[in-house]
Design a protein around this ligand. Structure first.
Ligand SMILES: Cc1cc2nc3c(=O)[nH]c(=O)nc-3n(C[C@H](O)[C@H](O)[C@H](O)COP(=O)(O)O)c2cc1C
Length: 193
């Protein structure tokens, strides 16, 4: 195993084959998350695993959202909803808000992002498809998602993770996104290379 290769080969996978994800694999993702670096060991994450009845409720929430947002685009509603319904499990991840301490609250969010990346890499190793969604049916910036998880106090939603076994056909067609070289994104302060 090479960490560098795994980092490069991890992909956002949005199409699943409908197979359930075993709880043992979900535990492994959650465990990977808990080993993420975090400031002062505040371990600021909470995970809401959405399966079964809760998943059916989520699908309804997504449908209501799509109908409200795109009332004149039935095809878009149908295709987006198909994606949601085909996703066997979602994990919503929050970060603790520390009242009166904006800096620590921000650091908590950074730690939760690290935790999500750890889960994503673990999913890759376990042969699971995974995508961190915020927009659209991810609903991360929507008040309805907070209500869905029980409106917890002092928690900010950071990610809605869609997880399932990859659809092999979609995988074959998927294009690997390219990356801009780090050379174009790096400013060496001090001695030049
Ligand atoms: C913070 C964040 C939010 C994202 N939100 C979405 C989203 O709402 N919908 C989606 O399809 N993908 C989303 N993605 C996945 C990106 O689109 C994906 O990582 C990017 O296209 C690069 O592809 P790769 O992950 O396969 O390298 C998000 C990724 C991150 C890190």
């Amino acid at each position: 195993m090479s960490i560098l290769l795994d980092i490069k080969n991890r992909r956002a996978i949005r199409d699943y084959d409908g197979q359930e994800v075993e709880d043992e694999k979900i535990y492994k993702l959650l465990e990977a998350a808990t080993w993420a670096p975090n400031d002062r060991m505040r371990e600021p994450w909470t995970f809401y695993v959405v399966k079964g009845d809760a998943k059916r409720k989520y699908n309804q929430l997504a449908e209501d959202y799509l109908k409200e947002r795109f009332p004149t685009k039935p095809n878009l509603i149908e295709s987006s909803l198909k994606v949601v319904k085909n996703t066997p499990v979602q994990i919503i991840v929050t970060s603790d808000i520390i009242p009166g301490d904006e800096d620590a609250t921000k650091d908590n969010e950074f730690a939760v992002c690290c935790a999500i990346h750890a889960m994503w890499l673990a999913a890759h190793e376990l042969g699971l498809g995974f995508v961190w969604r915020t927009r659209g049916v991810g609903l991360v910036h929507d008040e309805r998602l907070y209500q869905f998880i029980g409106s917890p106090e002092h928690k900010k939603v950071i990610g809605n993770l869609f997880i399932g076994y990859p659809d092999p056909e979609a995988l074959k067609k998927a294009k690997t996104p390219t990356r801009t070289s780090f050379e174009e994104k790096t400013i060496w302060l001090g001695d030049s290379q």
